[in-house]
Design a protein around this ligand. Structure first.
Ligand SMILES: [Zn+2]
Ligand SMILES: [Zn+2]
Length: 376
């Protein structure tokens, strides 16, 4: 079939993107779903910092590529051997396809799926296929097995989680990356205890989800740290008890003043200097969870003795250490019970054609989650 997609042909184009147009909206050809694959009509797709990191070249990927990895849609056709999904099912995408057989999958850590990571690096589906091609016949790569910035996509069944069809699809999209990563970091990676004290550095979609996850998990004190007053205001709305504008005050000093460090800190900026602050803001025995993706060349150092003498812990959290088939339904149930105010993440809805200007808004921090809606 033919469909419309936003294709990234070249990384590191200059800003503003509204002028340089790194994403080209074009008609592309989409192959039928093969064995174990599914054709999905896209409903909502969120713009995430990881997409921006590829556009600006700080997290390079194979080109050309249909971008986007946080999305929801409706199943339209299933390939041979797909038994768990059928047409008209509502789905959310998992940006790691979960093979189910490798050691991480078999030991309950599918976010680290090895064939899934290899397929994502190669820009293919789990089968090795690239279902998109240009009108001139050139193969186009798939972003994280999803390729969300397209009216239709074909993905491995292992990239899809069926959801409650009552959930509005533009809200459902946000569960695929922001909510799974942020809430998962709190409940799966950190496993915070009720009454804990927490600090969240960086308040994009993932950081705000971390704040609401900490609130839902019973944190008593939640510091929210960012440079932008708008984001601090939003953090208060989703459960932060204290906000710190790091352009005006030193967050580490302030946290140490108010209480002698916190039990858990979460770094969602992807900056090694902020990670250092997050580490310094924990109390003795505290745990630092790193969620953001720093540039691969960046190193991170801490006083080695503090790990032993102060029993500090640093833990990485990828995709919220999630088991998507378990976590998506339970996070959706928490939303439906009023425990996760996910709608507060969405700063606007846009059309596919507005995507380049929308990435300018994400880059400058004036937007949290902008969601492309495909409903006609
Ligand atoms: Zn993302
Ligand atoms: Zn696996």
């Amino acid at each position: 079939m033919l469909t419309r997609a936003a294709v990234l042909h070249e990384m590191q184009k200059p800003t503003p993107y509204a002028e340089s147009k790194p994403l080209v909206i074009e008609q592309v050809s989409l192959a039928d779903p093969g064995p174990g694959e599914v054709l999905v009509e896209m409903a909502g797709a969120g713009l995430c910092h990881s997409d921006l990191s590829t556009i600006d070249g700080s997290r390079p990927r194979v080109m050309p590529m249909v971008m986007g990895h946080e999305a929801s849609g409706i199943v339209r056709e299933v390939g041979p051997g797909v038994h768990d999904l059928q047409p008209d099912d509502h789905v959310v995408f998992s940006f790691v396809p979960l093979c189910g057989h490798c050691i991480p999958c078999a030991t309950g850590r599918p976010a680290l799926c090895e064939p899934g990571a290899a397929a994502n690096t190669a820009g293919t589906l789990l089968s090795g296929r690239r279902p998109f091609s240009s009108m001139s016949g050139q193969k186009i790569n798939h972003h994280l097995g999803v390729a969300a910035f397209a009216e239709h996509t074909v993905v491995a069944q292992e990239s899809l989680i069926k959801i409650d069809s009552q959930l509005p699809l533009s809200t459902a999209a946000l569960f695929g990356c922001a909510v799974m990563t942020g809430v998962g970091a709190v409940v799966n990676t950190a496993k915070i205890e009720p009454g804990s004290s927490v600090a969240v550095f960086g308040l994009g979609g993932v950081g705000l989800s971390t704040v609401m996850g900490a609130r839902a998990a019973g944190a008593e004190t939640i510091f929210a740290i960012d440079l932008l007053p708008d984001k601090l205001e939003r953090a208060t709305q989703v459960g932060a008890t204290h906000t710190i504008n790091a352009s005006e005050e030193d967050p580490v000093e302030l946290i140490k003043d108010i209480q002698n460090g916190v039990d858990y800190t979460f770094e969602s900026v992807g900056n090694e200097r902020v990670l250092q602050q997050a580490y310094a803001a924990t109390r003795r025995g505290g745990t630092t969870i790193t969620i953001g993706l720093p540039h691969p060349s960046k190193m991170f150092s801490v006083p080695a003795v503090s790990l032993v003498a102060e029993e500090r812990t640093i833990k990485g959290s990828y995709m919220g250490s999630a088991v998507p088939r378990r976590d998506l339904p339970r996070f959706i149930a928490m939303y439906q019970a009023g425990l996760l105010p996910v709608d507060k993440l969405r700063s606007s809805t846009i059309q596919l054609d507005e995507i380049n200007a929308a990435f300018d808004a994400l880059a400058t921090g004036t937007a949290v989650r902008q969601v492309i809606t495909f409903e006609k």
